[in-house]
Design a protein around this ligand. Structure first.
Ligand SMILES: C[S@@+](CC[C@H](N)C(=O)[O-])C[C@H]1O[C@@H](n2cnc3c(N)ncnc32)[C@H](O)[C@@H]1O
Length: 230
């Protein structure tokens, strides 16, 4: 465990697992957009880093990928093991090296809403590049920097740790600018292919009309696809 361990331990994991299973922001907005950016995965070896309760790992497994899901939270590793029984789920702190994954061993990596929780993003991205085969891809989402700026206020350029509630629990993450996010990926040896600022799926209109209207106009997530330049 690292000094600043932001995995969703204890109650945070329980609350997140319940939310992740509901129809809402994750299932009808961020996750379908991630899947559009990922594309076909049949026969591919894919890691889901920060797999949470395992919904994405389950979908990728069902689509024919050989999936390794990784998360630091024991609660969420248990949930992911149940949700994605065909995947291999590993409990591990993503701020530490991915020593259980060999060099050049993966076709792709998905990393949904995790990187803003980590202490050393450049080291994490370097590890992802190491485990990807030459040309292997990463699809990574995070909270949209302008959404965080709107929520927390202050200077957009003041990159700092913040705490936000997750029901009765809290979570910590780092605010970063869009330039930092994109340049760290490029500096780690990736070639950017595509960027998406997704809007909610139409199904969200009936499930949660208020959020549907808000997020049709306000960006809340950003998703990037890149490949390893090696
Ligand atoms: C917002 S959730 C996203 C989960 C999942 N990717 C999804 O989209 O449903 C963030 C996840 O990152 C994990 N996480 C945060 N910091 C971590 C760390 N240092 N090591 C491993 N997992 C971490 C949390 O436990 C949590 O599952």
């Amino acid at each position: 465990m690292t000094e600043h361990d932001n995995a969703y331990h204890g109650d945070a994991g329980v609350i997140f697992a319940a939310r992740a299973a509901e129809a809402g922001l994750n299932s009808l907005h961020e996750r379908p957009a991630m899947l559009r950016m990922v594309g076909e995965v049949a026969g591919l070896k894919v890691a889901d880093l920060g797999c949470g309760a395992g919904q994405l790992a389950a979908i990728l497994s069902a689509a024919g990928a050989q999936v390794t899901g990784v998360d630091g939270s024991e609660v969420l590793v248990d949930a992911a093991t149940r949700a994605a029984p065909e995947a291999t789920i590993v409990q591990h702190d993503l701020d530490l090296p991915l020593e259980f994954l060999a060099d050049d061993s993966l076709d792709g990596v998905v990393c949904a809403l995790v990187i803003h929780h980590l202490n050393d993003r450049p080291r994490f991205l370097a590890e992802i590049r190491r485990v990807l085969r030459p040309g292997g891809w990463i699809v990574l989402s995070t909270t949209h920097p302008t959404a965080d700026w709107g929520y927390f206020g202050g200077s957009y350029f003041d990159e700092r740790w913040v705490t936000r509630s997750l029901g009765e629990a809290t979570m910590e993450y780092q605010l970063i600018t869009m330039s930092t996010l994109i340049n760290e990926i490029i500096d780690a040896g990736f070639v950017l292919e595509r960027m998406l600022e997704p809007q909610p799926d139409e199904a969200m209109r009936t499930v949660d009309p208020e959020r549907y209207e808000r997020y049709r106009s306000d960006p809340i997530f950003v998703i990037l696809r890149a490949h390893a330049d090696k």
